[in-house]
Design a protein around this ligand. Sequence first.
Ligand code: CA
Length: 338
Amino acid sequence: MASSLCMQFSARLFFVLASFVCFFGCKNRKAENCSTALPKTFSPVNGTLLSYSKTEPDTQKMVLVPSGSFLMGNEKNTVERSEDEQPTIRKTVPRFFMDSTEVTIGEFAQFVRETNYKTMAEKSGSSLVFHYAEKKDIGENKLPWWKEVKGVSWQKPFAEEQQNNQVQENFPAVHVSWYDAANYCAWKGKRLPTETEWEYAAVKGNRATQPMNIFQGQFPEKNTKADGFEFMAPVKSFEPNTIGLYDLQGNVWEWCSDFYHAKYYTFLSEDSLHELPDSPPKSYDPEEPFAEKKVIRGGSFLCNSSYCSGYRPTARMKAPPSQTYIHVGFRCVVGIAP
Ligand SMILES: [Ca+2]
């Protein structure tokens, strides 16, 4: 018991220190690399991938993304870029169906009703919620804008003091781990998109001025809500991209199936014999080299152009697959046999 409490305390202490270090470390790096300074993992619950009886996926509300070839990553002369988006690599993508929206609370509720599924946030009893923070309040031994809150989950995404925010069924489901997301998709007969599929769909459908739900104002102090939304927006609140995908950019980050590997584009570009698989077989995050990370894409309602431009189609971000947040959700895809 004493050892367990000690481990829990150590994990929490690590989380606080890691958040602190990330905030101050990020201030000195390029803004577009910082995202929202995701804290390091501390989840005490291990994830499990479940198998479900095979279901024919319903593709009614999905977009058929046609096959094609594209340059994945960001050219070196682009103003907004980070090192892990380079060099660009040519990828050929077979056609696939992609959910037109992020998976909503209403859709996730059906999964839970029919399977009695418990998410990792519900099992661990807590998840991470954004709170406004003033710069003067951020300092040694003080938490920044992320707070671990007991009792929050996909059903109750906000902390007690934020309960004036009405939860709607058509909000994207958040506080779901990579495992929860992958299990939902498997239950639907679908799967999470690969990082390549996600970027291909975002690049293919990209508008020069795509309306989206982001953080406007001075992060993390003041959100002007100029786009009409302070936190999550109901799906389809904004115009879709040119191929009919809603909120692919902004609103909530979206889990991808791939491990995050900061150097994988480099490895692929040097792989003249084409021996490497399209997706990395393991993760590598130089900021946390011993932690396993999965890719998240698309940015969120916390992304701000002055601080984080994670909503760009090529921007990459990563998170531990067991960790849950108020600004990370997902959508599913269905591959099509050639
Ligand atoms: Ca907003």
